[in-house]
Write a protein that binds this ligand. Structure first.
Ligand code: ADP
Ligand code: MG
Length: 720
């Protein structure tokens, strides 16, 4: 057997058990021990300073230099006591991962450890090497990172990490966090206005997020033998194993020991960081798993998800495992998503998506549900664009993944309630009548929470007390789609407030005014609601009839960011200006091109350097055999047939790879980035990837297993 593959398989099967010992059997003993959270602040800061931090967190108040100095000094003492030597501003540039630049506390001149208030509050990393979409030319390399006090400072890998935003010298956002924070303000503003119609005491509304993270785990040695996984994060070749996920025995099955140890280990580290991970289980595909925390305020939840991904990669190393966050590392089995469970919660403790026993609260609940449905309907293309990436394209519409068509699933109970409201909303309400009763919304049964009323095929589903955006890709930074969701819901809520006001100005009683507006919105957005099987071909046809978009590929989906209305929407809510939207669009296109380019190159390399030579080597063996038999006056028909088959696939491989390289060469001359990205999609990826893969995978089936150099699917997915 090809030596590298053989050695990797031997290594993978002989891994020793890595002991995992939690610091204490009680999680509460160490939960948050690596976080400079409220508890630590209260303990180490003067009450007046602590008060200012709390104000900064709650109201976004500015922290003055003297206060910053005191906080920095307390943080330093805390960090040094934990054996920390360096600090960094931790931010989320548009590369999709997190970035940090470490500075030592130790000041060689002074001979002591230092951490100034100014270093806490602001830094100037060289921004030229981060994507900026043409916002600055490289000679203006300065960018700022600025502390985000609403997300706690933490220790990761002996380094003090300060969560920050990242903006250009001229103030444009270069990261995910800046627009997210602004979108939180927008939705707070819009939602409070609506809440006040129901309860005057509501002063603040905060979006919440619980992220279910799916991922694959494979042995590190096996990973290292696959250049495609190493370079592109997914396998570009590999025939389906005899056993894939058809037995459906993996989902919720017992977790393999090695993976369980890995999970326990990263969960311990996550708990130290105050990340509330609580759920772990197998996913549908072999080798696929999920981790989910308890939901948190959206900004923290996203920081925690980004951090958790980093953490999992680090801890996996210790266990000689590799975590794959790619949306579709293996063709033919399930892909990985990052389900974003989103809701809005008031400072009075009401989840606005929670049906209740109080009729008044139910009208409020319906108002927010209807607004969200309308938001998805009005902005389906933008929402689709928010989850577009080269890697997610392989997942959307594929095995066990929602389609690229945006639709909303509400479940039978809620559907019935909305239908009823639409139909009967204009019943005459007399003085003394119970309007809620008459409209059938006095009590919305808790059945909604029932798990049977679920639809796993919907990209955007109501799940009892929250919406679950399931189309988000596993490798994505949730801030992208969540910023969009906050903005589009803000827009509808603002419009709703105006419409309700209009009705009231025309003399309608408040409740009636609200119901009238809801009825109109329900009618207007009906087309986006779909309760059936989202994976079916019938739905694609039905959606087309309804006029819903089905944008299957990223560069086409991203056109949404060129739409004047979309730009105006972001500007109106103070989330992104035109230049920033434009820059983001460009970065996403650039990213797409690079990803497809890398995959295409890896594919070419593997075909020319691995697959073709191996097939020829095996073909020579067959030729030897056939010639030998012929000399004896015998004939081996099977060998001759296989020799011919191999020639056919070899020719196809060679020709398609050559043509694909030509297509790339041609496109690289294209100046217009939109045209180039679309070309990479249609003329490179769509034109050649499947053809090349088909021939390579056929050869894998024909060529003697002993010869095959690439670790096979059955080995990657099942050996642990
Ligand atoms: P399922 O999707 O199977 O119903 P859960 O009910 O456990 O799973 O929820 C999945 C995720 O949704 C978890 O992270 C959970 O904390 C989160 N979640 C629950 N309620 C809310 C909410 N009101 N807002 C946001 N996320 C929530
Ligand atoms: Mg879920």
């Amino acid at each position: 057997m090809a030596t590298l593959r053989q050695r990797a398989l031997l290594i993978a099967q002989g891994r020793p058990k890595i002991p995992v010992t939690p610091p204490s059997t009680k999680i509460s003993d160490f939960y948050g021990s690596h976080v400079f959270g409220t508890k630590q602040m209260k303990e180490s800061l003067a009450p007046s300073v602590y008060k200012k931090v709390v104000e900064a967190i709650d109201k976004g108040a500015k922290i003055d230099p003297a206060t910053a100095e005191e906080i920095a000094s307390a943080v330093k003492v805390w960090a040094l006591s934990k054996g920390v030597t360096h600090y960094t501003h931790w931010f989320q540039p548009l590369t999709g991962s997190t970035a940090e630049k470490h500075d030592a506390f130790f000041d060689a001149h002074a001979g002591i450890e230092k951490f100034k208030g100014s270093a806490l509050v602001q830094q100037e990393p060289d921004a030229s090497s981060f994507p900026n979409g043409g916002i600055r030319s490289t000679f203006e390399a300065r960018g700022y990172t600025a502390w985000d006090p609403s997300s706690p400072i933490f220790i990761f890998d002996k380094t003090l990490c300060v969560p920050t935003i990242f903006v250009s010298y001229t103030g444009e956002a270069l990261d995910y966090k800046t627009p997210l924070l602004k979108s939180m303000e927008a939705v707070n503003d819009a939602a409070v206005q609506i809440c006040q119609l129901f309860d005057r005491n509501v002063r603040k509304v905060i979006p919440s997020l619980g992220v279910e993270q799916e991922y694959f785990v494979i042995d590190r040695a096996l990973f290292a033998t696959r250049p495609d996984l190493v370079m592109a994060g997914r396998t570009v070749f590999g025939h389906n194993p005899a056993r894939g996920q058809q037995l459906e025995d993996h989902y919720f099955g017992s977790i393999p020991n090695r993976v369980k140890d890995f999970m326990m280990d990263f969960e311990i580290e996550a708990h130290k960081l105050g990340i509330p991970v609580s759920t772990r289980h197998n996913e549908v595909a072999p080798g696929q798993f999920e981790v989910a925390p308890v939901f948190e305020e959206i900004n923290k939840a996203i920081d925690h998800n980004q951090l958790l991904m980093d953490l999992m990669e680090k801890v996996a190393e210790k266990h000689s495992l590799k975590v794959l966050f790619h949306e579709k590392p293996f063709a033919g089995v399930n892909g990985s998503g990052k389900h974003n469970n989103w809701s809005l919660i008031t400072d009075t403790g009401v989840n606005l998506f929670q049906p209740s026993n109080s009729a008044r609260e139910n009208l409020q609940f319906l108002t927010f549900v209807v607004a969200t449905v309308k938001a998805v309907y009005d902005n389906a293309d933008l929402l689709r664009a928010s989850i577009a990436s080269a890697s997610n394209d392989f997942r959307l519409g594929a095995n066990e993944a929602p389609p690229a068509i945006m639709s909303v699933f509400l479940g039978s109970t809620l559907t019935a309630v909305l239908d009823e409201l639409e139909k009967n909303g204009n019943v005459k309400i007399e003085k003394g009548d119970n309007m809620y009763m008459k409209l059938g919304i006095s009590k919305i049964p808790e059945i909604i929470l029932d798990n049977t009323d679920r639809n796993r095929t919907s990209p955007f589903a109501f799940t009892g007390n929250k919406f679950e955006f399931r189309a988000v890709g596993s490798s994505a930074n949730s801030a992208g789609p969540m910023t969009v969701l906050n903005v589009i819901v803000s827009e509808v809520l603002k419009g709703m407030a105006k419409d309700i006001e209009k009705e009231m100005a025309a003399g309608k009683e408040k409740k009636i005014a609200i119901v009238n507006v809801l009825r109109k919105y329900i009618k207007d957005s009906k087309k986006i609601r779909f309760e059936g099987d989202g994976y079916s071909e019938e739905w694609a046809q039905e959606a087309e009839k309804r006029g819903l978009s089905n944008l299957k590929s990223t560069p086409f989906a991203l056109d949404a960011y060129r739409d004047k209305n979309v730009i105006a929407l972001f500007e109106k809510h103070g989330v992104l200006n035109e230049l920033e939207v434009h820059a983001r669009h460009e970065i996403m296109l650039e990213n797409y091109i690079k990803k497809v380019q890398i995959e295409s190159r890896v594919m070419g390399d593997l075909a020319l350097n691995h697959v073709i030579p191996t097939a020829i080597q095996y073909q020579n063996k067959l030729i030897e055999n056939a010639t030998g038999l012929k000399n004896l006056g015998l004939e081996n028909k099977a060998a001759i047939e296989t020799i011919n088959q191999i020639t056919g696939y070899l020719e196809s491989l060679k020709q398609n790879v050559d043509e694909m390289i030509d297509a790339r060469r041609h496109l690289n001359k294209e100046e217009d980035i939109v045209v180039r990205a679309k070309g990479y999609c249609t003329d490179v990826k769509e034109a050649y990837f499947d053809k090349i893969r088909y021939a390579a995978d056929k050869l894998e089936l024909i060529v003697d297993d002993e010869f095959w150099p690439l670790v096979k699917y059955r080995e990657m997915l099942f050996i642990k």
